[in-house]
Write a new protein. Sequence first.
Length: 270
Amino acid sequence: MDLYLAGFIGGRREPLDLYLAGNMYSNKCKWMMENKDKLPGVKERTIDIAVLESFYYADEWTETIIPKLNRFLLDSGAFTFFSQGKHVDWNDYLTRYIGFIKKNQVERFFELDIDPLVGYQKVLEMRERLEGETGRRCIPVWHKSRGKEAFLEMCRDYDYVAIGGIVSGEIKKPDYRYFPWFIQQAHRHGTKIHGLGFTRLSGIEKYHFDSVDSTAWTCGNRFGMLYTFNGRSISSREAPKGKRFADANALAIHNFNEWVKFQRYAEKYL
């Protein structure tokens, strides 16, 4: 008798959605629309690219592109404020965030995970207001300070959750070994899980998040990196020492296109 073992342990239920985040020049959405003839999957009515945009950078160009995207995530932009040490009237910020979501009928958006600034209880109150006034469930973002039980509660109550603190260093590389447990618990509850800012390529294959976002494609202009999709992964090459790539916009277009190739590979095979 052959005995076949089914199911999964912390595995992925669906292929990986790799969202392209970060900004090119002043605004990624404006840049995409201005270069749409040179970018893959950008048609007149729909854009077959997964994009994550920050409310911090949102403007009329963002509003133009949202209806065209078949996969779009909106981040609150709270981390940007936190990292820059700016003073913010959070009630006013939340009001504007809610208004933007309602005006543009954004379906998937993250909560304001500003626990270090206002405390978790205040975050819960803001989450309640966010959901009450938009009429939609947000994607709650778990942080280490919330504890294990808070994560399990999120998984019981939501169909999509996120792990935060990766970019800020709150979650360090040795902590990655706990990712399988979080992913397994989410999947046991029928919940999808997103790794916010989790761009490590080896980790994308090893830890089976349902979705992640990456700003790496923007490194061409920031650090002079040329990316190439090799059919299974993506590699980078720096400009020769003491030199720069001549055409920054052409480099950005090339890198974006290569990352879209990797994005589509991930959707099928990772």
